[in-house]
Design a protein around this ligand. Structure first.
Ligand SMILES: Cc1cc2nc3c(=O)[nH]c(=O)nc-3n(C[C@H](O)[C@H](O)[C@H](O)COP(=O)(O)OP(=O)(O)OC[C@H]3O[C@@H](n4cnc5c(N)ncnc54)[C@H](O)[C@@H]3O)c2cc1C
Length: 414
C-alpha cells in the first residue's frame, strides 16, 4: 500500500509541501484546525465593509522566486498585478513631499546616481549604508551595523526593513535584513517589482492551491486539529485528533506546518521563536481616486502603506504593537484622516474595518533568530515547516513556501 504523508496546517507552508508531494504522486492528507485554509494569508467576507477583504495586505516582490513558482504551479500567476517596473511612490506627511523610488533593472544600482530616481535629500554616497548591511556578522542588529538616522535610513531602509521584517529596524536582525536586501535591492530592479493579489489572497494563493490538490487526489480535512503526537522508537507512531487517532504505517511521514506556539505545545522541549510582532490593517470601502497608485509608501504618519483595490483603500501598519490598546474606532479615524489628506478624499469616515493580527510574525531579532529550528527533528518521520523555521528569511510568504518545499524534499529524500 502506498504511504501517506500527513501535513498539519493549511497555511502556505503546509499547502506548498502538499503541492510538491502530490505532484510527485505521494498520497497526501492535510489537517487544518480551522474551517478555512490559508492561515495568516487569507480572505473573508467582512460584514462591516460588505465585501471580501484580506486579513492583511500582502506584498510580494518579483524576486520572491519560490512564491512565483508556487503560483505558476497552481496556474495563478496572472492574479498578481503590479507596475511593469520597480517603482515605489512615496509621500512624506511632514514635509508633504512626494517622490518615486525607481530602481533600474540591472544589478548595477544606477538609480542611486540619479536624483530623479533616488529619495530626495539623499546623496549617492549615503547609500553605502546598504552595502554595509549586505554581509553583517552574526548576532547583530541593524542598529549595530548602521546609524539609524539620516534621509537614506528614513526614506529607504526604515520602510523596507519595517515592511519585510515587521519590526522596528534598530532592533531587527541584521542577518535577516541582509537576506532581504541581497534577494531584492542588490539583485536589481527586476527582483523588486511590487506585486499584489488583485482579487485577494484567497482567490490567488489559496483556492487554486486547494483545487490543484483536489485534482491530484489529496485530501484536505478542515476543522481537524491535531491535539498531540504519540512517539515511539524514534518516530511518530500516531496522530491524536481528539475524537480520532490515526496510526501511522512504517513509511508514513508527518510535516508539522503550524505556527511556532502551536508547534511548541505539540512537541515538548521544542525550541522555537516565542516573541511576536503585530500588524494592523485598516480597510475602507471607497473607490480610490483616479491615478491612485496600487501601493503608496507613507512616511511620518501612523499609516505606512496605502494599497488601492477596486472599491477599497487599505492601510498597513507593521510592528503595530503600540496600537493594540487603541480602540478600533480611534484607529479607523486616525488612519482615515491620513488617507484622506494624502488622497484628497472627503474626511468623513467611509465604511471601515480594522484587523489586528497580534502574532503576525515572530519578532525578527537576533535572539529569536537563533531559536528557529531546522526542518529535521529528533523523530525520523517528522519534519517542521513554517515561516518561523530556519529559512534564512524573515516571516514572509516566500519563507513559508520555501520551508514547505524543503520539508517536502526531506520527506522524499530529495
Ligand atoms: C497582517 C499580515 C500581513 C502580512 N504581510 C505580508 C506581506 O506583505 N508579505 C509577505 O511575504 N508576508 C506577509 N505576512 C506573513 C505571511 O502571511 C506569513 O509568513 C505566512 O502566511 C505564514 O504561513 P505559514 O504556513 O508558515 O503559517 P500560518 O499561515 O500561520 O499557517 C499555519 C496553519 O496551521 C493551522 N494550525 C495551527 N495549529 C494547528 C493544529 N494543532 N492542527 C491543525 N492545524 C493547525 C493554523 O490554523 C494555520 O492555518 C503577513 C502576515 C500578516 C498576519
Amino acid at each position: 500500500m502506498a504511504r501517506t504523508i500527513h501535513i498539519i496546517g493549511a497555511g502556505l507552508a503546509g499547502l506548498s509541501a502538499a503541492l510538491r508531494l502530490s505532484a510527485r504522486g505521494e498520497r497526501v492528507v492535510v489537517h487544518e484546525a480551522t474551517a478555512v485554509a490559508g492561515g495568516r494569508c487569507r480572505s473573508y467576507h467582512d460584514a462591516s465593509v460588505g465585501m471580501v477583504i484580506d486579513n492583511g495586505n500582502h506584498l510580494l516582490l518579483s524576486g520572491n522566486r519560490a512564491a512565483l513558482d508556487y503560483l505558476r504551479g497552481i496556474g495563478a500567476e496572472h492574479g498578481l498585478i503590479g507596475p511593469p517596473a520597480a517603482q515605489f511612490p512615496f509621500v512624506d506627511l511632514s514635509s508633504r513631499e512626494r517622490w518615486t523610488l525607481a530602481f533600474n533593472d540591472g544589478r548595477l544600482p544606477v538609480w542611486i546616481f540619479d536624483r530623479r530616481r533616488r529619495a530626495p535629500g539623499t546623496r549617492a554616497l549615503d547609500y553605502l549604508a546598504l552595502a554595509r548591511l549586505l554581509w553583517p556578522p552574526a548576532g547583530k542588529t541593524v542598529g549595530d551595523i548602521i546609524a539609524c538616522d539620516g534621509a537614506v535610513y528614513a526614506r529607504l531602509i526604515e520602510p523596507l526593513v519595517l515592511a519585510a521584517l515587521n519590526i522596528d529596524p534598530p532592533q531587527a536582525s541584521a542577518k535577516l535584513a541582509a537576506a532581504v536586501i541581497r534577494e531584492t535591492l542588490a539583485a536589481g530592479g527586476r527582483a523588486c517589482r511590487p506585486l499584489i493579489a488583485r482579487d485577494g489572497l484567497g482567490a490567488t494563493l489559496i483556492e487554486p492551491a486547494l483545487a490543484a490538490l483536489r485534482e491530484r487526489g489529496a485530501v484536505v480535512r478542515l476543522e481537524h486539529q491535531l491535539r498531540g503526537f504519540r512517539f515511539a522508537d524514534g518516530r511518530v507512531e500516531a496522530l491524536d485528533f481528539g475524537a480520532e487517532t490515526i496510526a501511522l504505517a512504517a513509511a508514513d511521514a508527518v510535516i508539522l506546518a503550524v505556527p511556532p506556539y502551536a508547534a511548541a505545545a505539540l512537541i515538548r522541549g521544542l525550541e522555537a521563536p516565542n516573541q511576536f510582532r503585530a500588524i494592523v490593517n485598516g480597510h475602507f470601502r471607497i473607490a480610490p481616486p483616479a491615478g491612485q497608485p496600487p501601493i503608496l509608501g507613507v512616511l511620518n504618519g501612523t499609516v505606512q502603506w496605502i494599497f488601492a483595490f477596486p472599491g477599497r483603500l487599505s492601510v498597513t501598519i507593521s510592528a503595530g504593537d503600540r496600537l493594540l490598546d487603541t480602540s478600533r474606532e480611534a484607529l479607523a479615524k486616525m488612519t482615515w484622516a491620513e488617507v484622506a489628506s494624502v488622497t484628497g478624499l472627503p474626511p468623513e469616515l467611509p465604511p471601515w474595518q480594522i484587523v489586528r493580527e497580534r502574532r503576525a510574525t515572530f519578532a525578527a531579532t537576533p535572539a529569536q533568530e537563533v531559536k528557529r529550528p531546522r526542518a529535521e527533528t529528533a523523530w525520523r518521520n517528522l519534519f517542521l515547516a513554517g515561516d518561523w523555521t530556519d529559512t534564512g528569511l524573515p516571516a514572509t510568504i516566500e519563507g513559508a513556501i520555501r520551508s514547505g518545499n524543503r520539508a517536502a524534499g526531506l520527506v522524499t529524500g530529495r
